[in-house]
Design a protein around this ligand. Structure first.
Ligand SMILES: C[S@@+](CC[C@H](N)C(=O)[O-])C[C@H]1O[C@@H](n2cnc3c(N)ncnc32)[C@H](O)[C@@H]1O
Length: 500
């Protein structure tokens, strides 16, 4: 849903050039100028004709809220095509009560489950991307402020004792960027004050070596080798680290690329050599402490949520199992989700540096995810997802699917991308027995869209997204229609106890 407002750095940015020979996942824009970085543009365009399906008149008030509306954990790390927490609130406030379960089978950076927890609901998210899973888990199952402060102090103390060794390693890496024979301790291979399954050593990609000052790189290598993603506190620290890894201000560890997504490795190399780029020295611990302070501006949500790692197609069964295991209601009253679109975002490739930090291979993740389907395969995929979800839905559940139109498929007009939400209804949801409450339209201000990041033209092109609102019964359909016009409270943090 590239036309939804982004929650980070909503500016026009140079775009990530494609580099891999895998053209399957190589976006291109027809408007890219020769010599300039090629934009990963896949514009999503307004469906200019009125939809033939009934409209649901939910006023898109979420667009009138401040950019960072919602819990202070939301902006932990930017994530392409995330929707704003205010959009999730528009559904949570209308269709759930405290204690109800709210699901998102494609949770991305965890917007739906976190906002649900922050409003006293049980938020449960699932994603097949391990980076998304870490972000979601960090947000819905966070450590206390005291725990994280204690751990940060311990990490600094342990760093002081070993800094010389790590600085030496980083100096060797910086002296010969990309040397494959130069091995450094791999992610999780040198636990700091705990025990983890050791992982093998690995070499550092040249673009990583070029992106950071050697002193910063030393601290990063130390934390990467020492933090345990299965530990609640360490996972939160790792997730916060991904959020400050690169960006264009002094609060980021490298200024080599924007914070929104990873520029292509080849672009990084060319940029470094063209501009004689040397990253300024940044103290990882100080920036991490600042980041954590910002994240903990608001109290930790009282309700703990659930983060699952797996395929959305069988998420229904897994949601139920994990809710049951915790003694919670097994069926959800609300789903708010945005599935991946047709070949729009490559979640691995555009996050390759964050994935390096976490110890994952970006191209393996893109091979795994369903973010590269053409229309027919996409509709089969969506049908399977909706079928699998039913088992985890209460009889009167409301299901909101945010699906925009996809105009361009990597530089060429997309085949069947316009009216995608309507097609999902007709060919995926209706055959699985869902009822249609209606389609809510969301016209988006051109300056606040994700496609804007990828070039002016793409940004200008997008005007509408669609929110397909479904249910599994007539009672649910009526509930969805009746609730659409209810006024809701937009104060945040809330003045009433709704979020406690
Ligand atoms: C549009 S994003 C969701 C963003 C989310 N609403 C947020 O606010 O952060 C779609 C997500 O689908 C995930 N995904 C792709 N294929 C999947 C699959 N088969 N099962 C589960 N998740 C998948 C991607 O990793 C991505 O995080």
């Amino acid at each position: 849903m590239s036309s939804l407002p982004l929650n980070s750095e909503p500016t026009s940015l140079p775009s990530a050039p494609g580099e891999r020979s895998d053209t399957r996942s190589e976006p291109r824009t027809s408007s890219a100028r020769a010599g300039s970085p090629v934009a990963p543009t896949s514009g999503q365009l307004a469906f200019q004709l009125p939809s033939e399906l009934p409209q649901l008149s939910i006023a898109p008030e979420w667009k009138d809220q401040q950019r960072l509306w919602g819990h202070s954990f939301h902006p932990m790390c930017s994530y392409l095509a995330s929707f704003p927490a205010s959009l999730v609130h528009a559904f949570i406030a209308r269709y759930t009560r405290p204690g109800d379960v709210v699901l998102d089978p494609f949770s991305g950076r965890g917007t739906t489950p976190l906002q649900a927890c922050a409003e006293g609901r049980i938020g449960a998210g699932n994603d097949l991307n391990p980076f998304a899973h870490i972000l979601t888990a960090a947000k819905v199952d966070p450590p206390t402020k005291a725990d994280i402060k204690t751990r940060l102090v311990a990490l600094r103390v342990a760093w002081a004792a070993t800094a010389g060794e790590w600085n030496e390693i980083a100096d060797r890496v910086a002296a010969d960027p990309g040397a494959t024979e130069l091995m450094v301790p791999g992610p999780g291979s040198r636990p700091i004050g705990g025990s983890m399954a050791a992982r093998p050593d690995s070499s550092v990609p040249a673009e990583v070596a070029l992106a950071f000052h050697p002193r910063t790189l030393a601290q990063l290598l130390y934390l990467r080798a020492g933090l345990d993603p299965d530990d609640r506190t360490d996972r939160f620290i790792l997730a916060a680290l991904t959020g400050i890894l690169h960006g264009k201000s002094a609060s980021y560890l490298s200024a080599v690329m924007p914070n929104t997504f990873s520029m292509a490795p080849r672009y990084v190399r060319e940029f470094v050599s063209r501009t004689s780029f040397h990253s300024p020295e940044r103290d990882t611990f100080a920036l991490l402490e600042d980041k954590v302070r910002r994240l903990y501006r608001q109290p930790v949500p009282a309700a703990r949520g659930i983060a699952l790692l797996g395929d959305a197609r069988d998420s229904g069964v897994r949601f139920r199992e994990s809710l049951r295991a915790r003694g919670l209601p097994e069926r959800a009253r609300l789903v708010v989700t945005s599935p991946p679109y047709l070949r729009v975002v490559k979640y691995g490739y555009y996050n390759w540096m964050r994935l390096w930090l976490l110890g994952y291979d970006a191209s393996a993740i893109d091979d795994l995810l369903d973010d590269a389907h053409h229309r027919d395969a996409y509709l089969v995929f969506m049908r399977e997802v909706l079928r699998g979800l039913r088992t985890a839905l209460a009889d009167d559940a409301v299901v909101a699917l945010v699906i925009g139109d996809v105009e361009m498929d990597r530089g060429r007009p997309a085949n069947g991308g316009i009216g995608l939400a309507e097609a999902v209804w007709e060919l995926a949801a209706a055959p699985e027995g869902y009822r249609l409450a209606g389609i809510a339209l969301d016209d988006v201000a051109a300056g606040r869209k994700m496609t804007k990041l990828w070039g002016e033209e793409a940004g200008q092109a997008t005007k509408l997204d669609r929110i397909l609102v479904l249910s599994t019964s007539e009672a649910g359909r009526r509930r969805a229609i009746y609730g659409a016009s209810l006024p809701i409270d937009w104060s945040w943090p809330p003045r009433t106890p709704r979020a406690l």
